[in-house]
Design a protein around this ligand. Structure first.
Ligand SMILES: Cc1cc2nc3c(=O)[nH]c(=O)nc-3n(C[C@H](O)[C@H](O)[C@H](O)COP(=O)(O)OP(=O)(O)OC[C@H]3O[C@@H](n4cnc5c(N)ncnc54)[C@H](O)[C@@H]3O)c2cc1C
Length: 552
């Protein structure tokens, strides 16, 4: 019979990523014997470099915030996004600390090299008293009478043994060690994305006001986007997320496919003109899933091991850190009041309610991407958007706010979709443009999906635009039925991705957009309004594959 004193630890944590390291630190600081078992030897590379403001709160509780500042990571004050044919380097932007986040004194979060940050966090756990085993893999969880009592661990040199504890916590990230073994992991039916990313030097810098911003380039495909995250030493992390099917159908290799997506956004193309890749491509797939039951006798899950949602809102480290904080509080409560059930039920509810908010935001966003911009730029809704994207959706006040936002977005969505003429509906603007537009030059035809032509809009179009307030709409491409992708194998003579993205002046597949002149009756740059005397034939910028892109 084992007693507490001859257990190897009070809590064994499998995995030394942010979730495992944070939990180990909390427990050790509170006098518990925490053992973190990590299969790799840090530093190890990892995706997930852009953090949410909420992470400051947990770093602070861990006594780690000063170390983050001392490390000199890039400060991230905000985020911006643009549409495939937005004017170069123009973004819809939000300053994430425009509305102060209670409990954090600094007006920025960070973009981090994950190998560095994760190593620092694991060392921090060790410095606070956690035992850290690196290069040791957990092979099995040991069960006794339906209760987890320890793990079987092994190292590369043949060392292998059973380690026992009162509680085993799975923090193995998307490997979902225990949930997979228990058959609890459920693949998300709505998201089957895949990502390619790498680090680059020589990426063009955005205008000064966007220093430190994480930028998103939308690429005119459903459930697809790309990121531009500034790291230290002029390195940029550039990645694309796209439906897995699109890659499979393309018949292209990783590099060709990546650059074919770069070319779908003007600013992305411009940014990458002189970029040089400095690391191998990194691919991540099949990453959206959930686990409904994530606690049981002697075990619980934290971080990505519980659930993973599309990372567009940079929610991963927020989930990892907060679930670890709550797991610590749960263990603490269960052990101090001797209740083996209720604290764990509360933990499941709390984490589920929070991650549901991230998930619902993501789903709503993909249903009608224009809504995010509309709400982010609306005077009365901007605060709700910013506060929701700050993170920490696990506490009642954040949840109430986020639910209010989601309800308002859903209402707008229903309104838009119930009116067949509403220009916010996917592709309505395109239909309208084709009906009300006289094409100048050749019409779009096969193989011209990326072409851009100037056209003259008939006066009726402007009435429609004014009626729907199109100048206030997101200038992004709608999701929904897509025009055919122009992927496919490269034709002879066409540039390959290996040569880097073509520039607009050197035979780009994206032809320069003819911009409405300032004096023309287009949507005015300064006021964003359509002048009332603009009923004459008006040059508009029209793309065969995207909505009209007025200035903003
Ligand atoms: C495409 C993409 C983009 C992302 N972008 C962002 C972003 O911008 N911002 C953000 O916050 N998040 C982002 N994420 C999510 C982020 O990467 C994760 O949410 C975060 O790393 C989760 O931390 P974790 O500690 O739960 O898991 P991990 O960081 O994955 O750590 C798990 C650890 O467990 C170890 N391990 C696994 N199995 C075993 C075993 N059997 N024995 C011992 N050790 C084991 C692993 O080696 C690993 O070190 C992104 C994810 C993807 C896929």
């Amino acid at each position: 019979m084992r007693t507490e004193s001859n257990l190897d630890a009070d809590v064994i944590i499998i995995g030394g990523g942010p979730a495992g390291a944070a939990l180990g630190t909390f427990l050790a600081r509170d006098g518990h014997r925490a053992m973190i078992i990590e299969k790799d030897i840090h530093p190890r590379d990892h995706v997930g470099e852009s953090l949410t403001p909420s992470t400051n709160l947990v770093f602070d509780k861990l006594g780690f915030l000063d170390k983050m500042n001392d490390a000199g990571f890039i400060h991230k004050p905000g985020t911006g996004w643009n549409a495939p044919r937005s004017p170069l380097w123009k973004f819809v932007d939000i300053w994430l600390f425009e509305y102060p986040l209670e409990g954090t004194p600094q007006p920025y979060t960070y973009s981090v090299e994950r190998d560095v940050m994760d190593t620092m966090l694991l060392r921090h756990a060790h410095e606070n008293g956690a035992k850290v085993l690196q290069g040791v893999k957990v092979k099995n969880v040991i069960w006794e009478n339906d209760r987890v009592v320890g793990v079987r661990a092994s190292a590369g040199d043949g060392w292998e043994r059973d380690l026992r504890a009162k509680m085993v916590v799975d923090a193995t990230g998307r490997r979902c060690f225990m949930a997979t073994q228990l058959g609890l992991k459920k693949k998300d039916p709505n998201f089957n994305q895949f990502c390619i990313y790498s680090w680059f030097r020589g990426v063009k810098r955005p205008p000064e006001k966007y220093t430190g911003f994480t930028l998103f380039y939308f690429i005119g495909l459903n459930k697809a986007w790309s990121w531009h995250i500034p790291l230290r030493n002029d390195v940029m992390s550039m990645g694309v997320v796209v439906n897995k099917d699109d890659f499979q159908k393309s018949g292209q290799d990783t590099e060709e496919f990546f650059y074919s997506l770069v070319r779908r956004n003007r600013t992305f193309t411009n940014a990458m003109q002189n970029a040089e890749r400095i690391r191998p491509w990194w691919i991540e797939g099949d990453y959206s899933y959930k686990v409904d039951k994530f606690t049981g006798p002697g075990w619980m899950l934290v971080g990505d091991a519980v659930r993973f949602v599309d990372p567009i809102f940079s929610s991963g480290v927020d989930v990892a850190l907060f679930s670890s904080l709550y797991a610590y509080e749960t263990i603490q409560e269960a052990w101090s009041n001797g209740d083996p059930v209720k604290p764990f039920q509360d933990y499941e509810q709390r984490v589920t309610a929070g991650v549901d908010i991230w998930y619902d935001m993501i789903e709503t966003f993909y249903k009608l991407q224009n809504l995010l911009t509309r709400f982010a730029t609306g005077r009365r809704t901007k605060e709700l958007i910013i506060r929701t994207l700050q993170g920490n959706p696990y506490i009642p006040q954040t949840q109430v706010r986020a639910r209010k936002l989601l309800a308002a977005m859903e209402e707008s969505y229903q309104k838009v979709m119930s009116d067949p003429n509403n220009l916010l509906r996917p592709w309505n603007l395109n239909t309208l443009l084709s009906e009300h537009t006289e094409w100048r030059g050749a019409p779009f035809g096969p193989g011209r999906t990326q072409g851009v032509e100037a056209s003259h809009a008939r006066p009726g179009l402007l009435d429609h635009l004014r009626h729907w307030g199109v100048d206030e709409l997101h200038r992004d491409r709608h999701p929904g039925p897509e025009p055919p992708l122009s992927f496919g194998r490269r034709a002879a003579g066409q540039r390959s991705g290996l040569e880097g993205p073509p520039s607009a002046s050197t035979g780009s597949s994206i032809r320069p957009i003819r911009r409405p002149s300032r004096s023309s009756a287009s949507i005015s740059e300064t006021s964003g309004r359509i002048p009332s005397d603009s009923r004459s034939a008006t040059p508009l910028v029209v793309s065969s594959s995207s909505a009209v892109m007025p200035r903003w």
